[in-house]
Design a protein around this ligand. Sequence first.
Ligand code: AMP
Length: 583
Amino acid sequence: MKYLELVNVYEALAGTAKRLEKTKHLSEFLKRTDKGEIQQVMLLLQGLVYPPWDERKLGVADRLVIKAINIASGIDSDKIEHEWKKTGDLGLVAENLMGKKKQVTLFSRELSVKDVFLNLRKLSEAEGQGSVDTKTKLIAELLSSSSPLEARYIIRTVLNDLRIGLGDGTIRDAIVWAFFGLEIGFELDKKGNLVTENRELYNQCVELVQSAYDMTNDFSKIAANGKEGLENIGIEIFEPIKVMLFPKAKGIQDAFETVGRPAAFEYKYDGFRMQIHKQEDKIIIFTRNLENVTAQFPEVVQFVRRNVAGHNFIIDGEAVGFDPKTGKYLPFQSISQRIKRKYDIDRMSKEFPVELNIFDVIMHDGKNLIKTPFQQRRWVLEKIVNPIEKKIILSKQIITDKDEEADKFYQEALKQGFEGIMGKSLDGIYKPGKRVGYGIKIKPTMESLDLVIVQAEWGEGKRSNWLTSYTVACQDDEGELIEIGKVGSGLKELDEEGLSFGQVTEMLKPLKTKEEGKTIFVRPKIIIEVVYEEIQKSTTYTSGFALRFPRILRLRDDKGLDEISTISQVQELYDMQKGKGNA
Ligand code: AMP
């Protein structure tokens, strides 16, 4: 396939904000793509050359791209930078400048998808000395044989910024349409709405593709397997599956209603999720977001190697930090720095040690345990794990059908500083990704805060036209505004989906009082409701507090500035956390 054909699809996808239209373009394209090429095409559509969880990344810096454009076009780097400042998009710069190419290159042939794909793979494989030169040459080579429009997308791909607005949900639906469209017989009506005679069947097909995606996190594999291969897609060691997630219960009684009686209850450890894969001697640790963090946690690799029996397995657990002197568990933030750390790893593991709490097993010695009831999976864990305190343990668990017993366990957990407890259905399967009735978390409810935006920062890349990060403030007892954190998540990219960055940006722009670099200061007018995981003490903000994982819930344009949350409320909520007030 010519690369230009793929580029035309990028253009079509970028040309509409409507999800169903995108799905239609994509499904039609998938239908006409040869089986032999579909895997490469599917990855490139996502701006990838390996599945998203693969360690090998394109990872090319802006500077390197500027150099490559310079080599391919003969145009000065200064001029390239100047153009870049104007648009903020090196893809567009490459497109414009390659059109005015000074050097005459001889097109030996048109670029194919395969050419681009293989060159990009070489790019991600270049390492060590001389790799910058190699990478620059590879990109320049591609640019030299590309048309201006192709150049735009090549550059955007290497910079990991395709700007075609293609989410996982759309890709999944496009695969459903491509695989099952004829059987289900659905179409778009004149208004662009989806019409299907058999909604139930349609939903089943969506579920089938979603479940294959939950197991593989790789659309290219699903597309390559084709419709017939869909049912056979299963778990493979070293390919992370989506972890099982849990909704929140209102309380013990509500938890029993969801997971049934009797149920298992476990401490809810405040660390970070690790999905650990082992095959013979090799062990890989994936985070909840499918990042490979094996190198950062050599001690966890050791604990697992020595204390979990089996030739191959996938286990699920939570790594929790503790104070090496007192042995006391520490909140997640105390070890969060280890996740990205690339040097001094051994020192870090001594200063910020973790204990691995294992709570599930997904596969063991070739046996897929996804459909095995939870209680039996726990028995497998009890057999294969040799627990050692402060290294590797099984999550503390009780099984009960009594509210009082579960509640006692809950209070005990809070008193010891845990986040709460998890309730798990004894016969529940391991359901990747879904927040449905197989398990539930119980933790103290956090009240939301109403805060006012006082500063905002312009975003980067495809978000550069929006203000995407907002500094928010509460009020002190005199009504003075004091900052309590920065929040950006919770807003949508598309207006149709809810309160969006675009809308908030438009509200903030007229309120600007001053500008400093990427930050604008605004008059305190826009009040938002913010939820969060935890309130922490902090010296970063004038209130002396900060919010962990804050998320914007909605606009509170019904509230005045004097009604925003007060520092006393914040202090009260802080005291209530983690068993201080309500244990
Ligand atoms: P949350 O992050 O508040 O949605 O809570 C769910 C998370 O709690 C899971 O993703 C795990 O990382 C973590 N967790 C801690 N202890 C357990 C446990 N015993 N069972 C399952 N998940 C746990």
